[in-house]
Design a protein around this ligand. Structure first.
Ligand SMILES: NC(=O)c1ccc[n+]([C@@H]2O[C@H](COP(=O)([O-])OP(=O)(O)OC[C@H]3O[C@@H](n4cnc5c(N)ncnc54)[C@H](OP(=O)(O)O)[C@@H]3O)[C@@H](O)[C@H]2O)c1
Length: 257
């Protein structure tokens, strides 16, 4: 089998949440470049419109859908819109996420609920809706949840984020178990540090020295998640279900020194 064939996504319909920037924009571009039609979802409509133009200029197909992942009515509308324009979504990249740096004793209830709501509750409800629609349409598919190395190890000031991401890894196992035999594979990617809007201030300043703890010796950069994404989205990952692929330059296995 040739790599170009086994990773080919022609005829697939993908929906990427948080596609207005950062990792999600890259995920959408890579899926489109490999043949999928892509529904781009986020709140910032102007950024989505730019992303759609970029993808189309590169020869891909995309539509932009403004939606807040925390809003169930907007979620249903987003799937309806994607379905009407492109067909049943058979690849969901559950990527939208927010971070915080507040220590546990200072964390407000609102901040806890916002971080857990976005990084865990919404990931479940979007996966549930995507799976329901795939099953109703009798289609096979792939759901890819974006977890984090902070779902495996922890650092200070990440209590809500780390708890939500760890739960995403467990949820991925359960959904993988329940849905794989029905043809819907659910897996996760746990990225290490990538400099994006979510952490730019920290990683470009006080956190810059964190590269010392990364065996590969640098933060992640554009392209470092492409392989994991295409593996899980395509037939190349056809025997993978409920697993989390860690892409972190070796960070979680390393003990400092
Ligand atoms: N960067 C890293 O080092 C890293 C490491 C591990 C895991 N991750 C995970 O990777 C994912 C992407 O993060 P990133 O680094 O690309 O961060 P980012 O650049 O800040 O992007 C976050 C994306 O999520 C969207 N989003 C946030 N809240 C939303 C909401 N309520 N409704 C709809 N969209 C929402 C944002 O779009 P709008 O603001 O336009 O809505 C944006 O497109 C997150 O799940 C993050 O936890 C990142």
């Amino acid at each position: 089998m040739k790599a170009a064939e086994i990773f080919d996504l022609k005829g697939r319909v993908a929906l990427v949440t948080g596609a207005s920037g950062g990792l999600g924009l890259r995920f959408a571009e890579v899926l489109a470049a490999n043949g999928a039609s892509v529904a781009l979802v986020a709140r910032r409509a102007d950024r989505l419109a730019e992303a759609k133009v970029r993808i189309e200029k590169a020869g891909g197909k995309a539509i932009a859908i403004e939606a807040d992942v925390l809003d169930r009515a907007q979620m249903n509308r987003a799937f309806d819109q994607a379905e009407k324009a492109l067909g049943t979504v058979t690849i969901l990249v559950n990527n939208a996420g927010v971070a915080h740096s507040t220590r546990a004793t200072d964390l407000s209830e609102d901040e806890w609920r916002h971080v857990v709501g976005t990084n865990l509750d919404a990931v479940f409800f979007w996966a549930q809706e995507a799976a329901r629609r795939m099953l109703a349409a009798n289609k096979k598919g792939s759901i890819i949840n974006i977890a984090s190395v902070l779902g495996i190890s922890v650092s200070k000031g990440t209590v809500a984020y780390a708890a939500a991401k760890a739960a995403v890894i467990q949820m991925t196992k359960t959904l993988g178990l329940e849905l794989a035999f029905k043809g819907v594979r659910v897996n996760a990617i746990a990225p290490g540090w990538f400099v994006t809007d979510i952490n730019r201030e920290y990683l470009s300043g006080p956190g810059a020295s964190l590269t010392r703890d990364i065996p590969i010796g640098r933060f992640g950069q554009d392209g470092d998640l492409d392989g994991a994404l295409l593996l899980l989205a395509s037939d190349a990952g056809g025997y993978m279900a409920g697993t989390t692929v860690v892409c972190d330059g070796g960070q979680v296995v390393a003990i400092r020194g």
